[in-house]
Design a protein around this ligand. Structure first.
Ligand code: PHE
Length: 447
């Protein structure tokens, strides 16, 4: 198997880079806003601690012991029915469909970085008009920026684990963290900071519908990059003597702190300048630019930094979304890394263009069905079906199928007293939570 090894920091930064993405800075604040703030955040946090952490260790374990592409790892570790379990690996590979729209959003962010150097929109209607014009009409501009995202991602992937992914993350992640900390400190000095804290941490239980609950659990998985083979494929390159428990702890802590920090400073800015929090997906593209405008010149600087941080978060995740497929092609189809990375890059590039067209007014009908555009379908399919399902298979695989001794041999000493709790989590809590998410988001159960 042609698997390279990360350095210790290289792995931590790459795994954190996979986890910290558009989900943290773009999605988290707006879904928290949509579903009522505090109560949503609490469910999300509880899921991260009680389920996400355990599943992350499980996914790392499959990669670490498998030491190969996702499909091969399941085959290699299944004590019997190898032929059936390899489909769990395929399920995880399908999660990369997230990339069909992810790279398009990174393209939008590039556009907003450029915009931040000039005049930002002064009012929400104006900001909305700019956003709509861009998303619904500017095909070529969107394709241009999407092409940039594709080129950067593919270049990193072509260079491989050490020379590409590790180096990329070692530069981008610390920069991103610094920007986020800087923004948070800036926001902490504003009057509205207390209001943002209250908004995010004081729960209003009446807003916690079953849908909000499922979205919170689903989001916890999405933001931690679980169930898509990304964490698994990076873990296949873990140095031999790694502590999976500590690594998982590092990744979930970094991911959660960044999401909370982003939420806090975003809401502080919004409240301080009287903008509404519940703006949906347009939150950072519509409400936020008007706030930056109101801040004057400082606003432009903050806007550039903010969108750069967002782009960094997106790019490091994008790389991790494609790598499972790249490694699959290398291992299974004997492709060179160059060929595998370029063909996968082009594959996602093509479907990204379809995602763009599905939002453009004149072509939208062609690429929509059942009231959803192709873009929305990919988002829905991955977060409501593929990701929880693949996550469920991973939990069941590690909890019930893999030889107990093999799992214990790695994890027992690393975990100590936590081991039985982890085992219970992975066998019962995680599967129940994941089945609930799937059934609810598919509209099968509600309360
Ligand atoms: N965790 C990333 C985010 O929050 C998205 C992602 C999911 C990346 C799955 C890789 C794999 O944006």
């Amino acid at each position: 198997m042609k698997i390279a090894h990360f350095s210790r920091w290289g792995f931590l930064m790459a795994a954190a880079g996979a986890a910290v993405g558009l989900g943290n800075i773009w999605k988290f604040p707006y879904v928290a806003g949509q579903y009522g703030g505090g109560a949503f955040v609490l469910v999300y946090l509880l899921t991260v601690v009680f389920v996400g952490f355990s599943v992350m260790i499980a996914e790392m374990l499959i990669g670490y012991l498998g030491r190969r592409d996702g499909v091969g790892a399941f085959e290699h570790l299944a004590p019997r029915h190898k032929n059936k379990w390899k489909y769990a690996g395929f399920m995880a590979l399908f999660g990369t469909l997230v990339m069909f729209y992810y790279s398009v959003v990174i393209g939008w962010i590039f556009h907003y970085i450029l915009m931040s150097f000039g005049t930002l929109p002064a009012s929400v209607p104006e900001a909305e008009a700019i956003y709509d014009q861009f998303i619904k009409h500017d095909i070529w501009e969107q394709i241009l920026f999407h092409t940039m995202a594709f080129l950067i991602t593919t270049t990193v992937l072509v260079r491989g684990i050490k020379g590409g992914i590790e180096k990329f993350n070692l530069v981008l992640m610390p920069t991103l963290i610094l920007i986020i900390i800087g923004m948070l400190i800036y926001a902490m000095n504003m009057e509205s900071f207390a209001k943002a804290v209250e908004y995010m941490f004081v729960p209003d239980w009446t807003k916690l519908t079953s849908e909000a609950f499922a979205v919170a659990v689903g989001h916890a998985f999405f933001t931690l990059s679980l169930g898509m083979g990304s964490i698994m494929i990076y873990s296949a390159s873990l140095p031999k003597e790694s502590n999976l428990v500590r690594a998982s702890l590092f990744v979930i802590t970094t991911d959660t702190l960044i999401a909370l920090a982003a939420g806090l400073f975003l809401f502080t800015f919004l409240f301080q300048y009287g903008a509404q929090p519940a703006k949906g997906p347009g939150l950072v593209f519509i409400s936020l630019p008007t706030v930056f405008h109101a801040m004057g010149n400082v606003g432009n600087v903050l806007a550039v930094l903010f969108f750069m941080a967002l782009a960094f978060a997106g790019l490091t995740s994008a790389v991790s979304l494609v790598e499972p497929m790249v490694q699959y092609l290398i291992d299974r189809w004997n492709m060179s890394r160059f060929k595998a990375a370029v063909s996968m890059g082009l594959f996602f590039y093509f479907f990204g263009i379809i995602a763009i067209l599905s939002q453009i007014e004149s072509t939208s009908a062609l690429f929509s069905c059942g009231g959803k555009t192709f873009f929305d379908w990919m988002d829905y399919l991955t977060s409501a079906v593929l990701l929880p399902f693949a996550g469920l298979l991973m939990a069941v695989f590690v909890g019930f199928i893999m030889e107990k001794e093999r799992v214990a041999s790695v994890l027992k000493t690393q975990m100590g007293w936590f081991y039985p709790i982890w085992r219970f989590n992975i066998r019962f809590v995680a599967p129940v939570a994941l089945v609930f998410v799937m059934l609810n988001l598919m509209g099968i159960i509600e309360f």
